[in-house]
Ligand binder design. Structure first.
Ligand code: HEC
Length: 142
């Protein structure tokens, strides 16, 4: 015999009630998860934009490096001197921090001006000191 409308209604109530009870019982956990989901994209965007959320001028060398410069300098893409490769960096380090900052701000061959970032001069000095110091230099930048 086909289901009459009353038993159909009962089935619907049961089907709806299960997730509803779960949702109500699981509320604190869901809130926590929702908060994580809300926070995550912000963290990701900050990384992708080189810490663009931090006020311009205030980013550390490491922050900028991870957000922007590492894209090429981690693996040595397009002829970029690989961070940590002392042989590749030695002749560049010889230019001094100021020389490297000038060169990086202007851009050079496949190296876009400021590495494509919106860093100001102090930030450029900071991030270049960070990279170069991992590659044999001993620069200090405020
Ligand atoms: C799109 C890839 C790319 C990105 C992103 C990039 N670089 Fe470069 N960089 C290069 C390449 C390629 C060179 C080598 C240029 C040459 O000597 O022909 C280079 C060279 C350099 C040099 C050496 C310049 C010289 O005169 O020898 C410095 C310093 C430097 N980059 C700093 C940075 C900093 C700081 C960032 C991030 C703010 C950055 N780069 C981001 C590709 C990149």
């Amino acid at each position: 015999m086909p289901m009459n409308s009353r038993s159909l209604a009962l089935v619907s109530v049961l089907v709806l009630a299960a997730p509803l009870a779960l949702a109500m019982g699981g509320r604190p956990k869901m809130d926590e998860e929702a908060a994580n989901v809300r926070i995550q994209p912000v963290a990701k965007i900050e990384l992708a934009a080189g810490g663009a959320k931090a006020a311009a001028g205030s980013r550390s060398g490491e922050e900028l490096y991870k957000g922007v410069c590492g894209a090429c300098h981690d693996a040595g893409i397009a002829g970029a001197p690989k961070t940590g490769d002392k042989a590749a960096w030695a002749p560049r380090i010889a230019l001094g921090l100021d020389g490297l900052v000038k060169s990086a701000i202007t851009g050079k061959n496949a190296m876009p001006p400021k590495g494509g970032s919106d860093a100001n001069d102090e930030e450029m000095a900071r991030v270049i000191a960070f990279m170069a110091n991992k590659s044999g230099a001993n620069f200090s930048a405020k």
